[in-house]
Design a protein around this ligand. Structure first.
Ligand code: GTP
Ligand code: MN
Ligand code: MN
Ligand code: MN
Ligand code: MN
Ligand code: MN
Length: 216
């Protein structure tokens, strides 16, 4: 995915084989725009229908453009650190200034170009964070996002939880993955589910296969 928009002659540093770069390398690009998004999650003991364990609450949002994505947005590194900017965006979009730190940073990469609009002066670097919270904090966020958040009903149409299970009829994660996502949010989600061991590789592979087969 991320090799297709790596232009010849572009500096490719060690460890960037997958199109990734470190937080510091990313900040060296002063002509780039930067955006930060975060996956917020918690453990939960609740069960769907009293029998299907939810296991984890993973938050995404329905955006103004009808695409699923993570909370966050554009950050201006000249005026704020990446993490300060992300926290500002979270206050706007969730109604809660969730503190995010450097330690929560997971990966940075170039945004895949939209057809025709790719140019070196408008390159967008996407920074991705993951933060584990308490279930009560996630519930507070969901409440605020649906009421006091400045962007409620505007940039953000609603928070959604990602189903990590598969139902008897094949719904759940596979159906969720068949929806449309902004940028590389779908990959950020799937990579996170694996990295955090929220879903086994086999279950994810099966959900992915079934999402392409059944719901495409
Ligand atoms: P404005 O205030 O209207 O500018 O929006 P924003 O600051 O909230 O920015 P937004 O969240 O839309 O993110 C900026 C850009 O980052 C988007 O145009 C997408 O290209 C990209 N983007 C948005 N959400 C995600 C996401 O969840 N994952 C990834 N990889 N990219 C995203
Ligand atoms: Mn019911
Ligand atoms: Mn946003
Ligand atoms: Mn925003
Ligand atoms: Mn913004
Ligand atoms: Mn905005």
């Amino acid at each position: 995915l991320l090799t297709q928009h790596r232009k010849k002659g572009e500096q490719i540093k060690k460890g960037m084989a997958s199109g990734q770069m470190s937080r510091d390398e990313a900040l060296e690009c002063t002509r780039c725009r930067h955006a930060c998004h975060v996956l917020l999650y918690s453990e939960t003991a609740s069960q769907l229908f009293g029998r299907i364990p939810i296991r984890y609450i993973v938050l995404m949002q329905m955006r103004f453009d009808g695409l699923l994505g993570f909370p966050g947005g554009f950050v201006n590194p000249l005026e704020e650190t990446l993490e300060e900017g992300l926290t500002r965006e979270l206050l706007e979009e969730l109604g809660v200034a969730v503190p995010v730190s450097k330690e929560d940073h997971v990966e940075s990469c170039f945004s895949p170009p939209r057809s025709g609009t790719y140019s070196s002066s408008s390159r967008l670097i996407l920074h991705f964070y993951v933060k584990k919270m308490e279930e009560e904090q996630i519930q507070e966020i969901e409440k605020a996002a649906a009421s006091t958040a400045a962007d409620h009903g505007l940039e953000v149409l609603g928070m959604v939880r990602v189903p990590l299970y598969t139902t008897k009829s094949g719904g759940g994660l596979s159906c969720f993955l068949s929806h449309s996502f902004i940028g590389v949010a779908r990959f950020q989600l799937m990579n996170s589910l694996l990295r955090l061991h929220l879903v086994s590789p086999g279950d994810l592979q099966e959900a992915l296969r079934s999402s392409q087969r059944t719901h495409a």
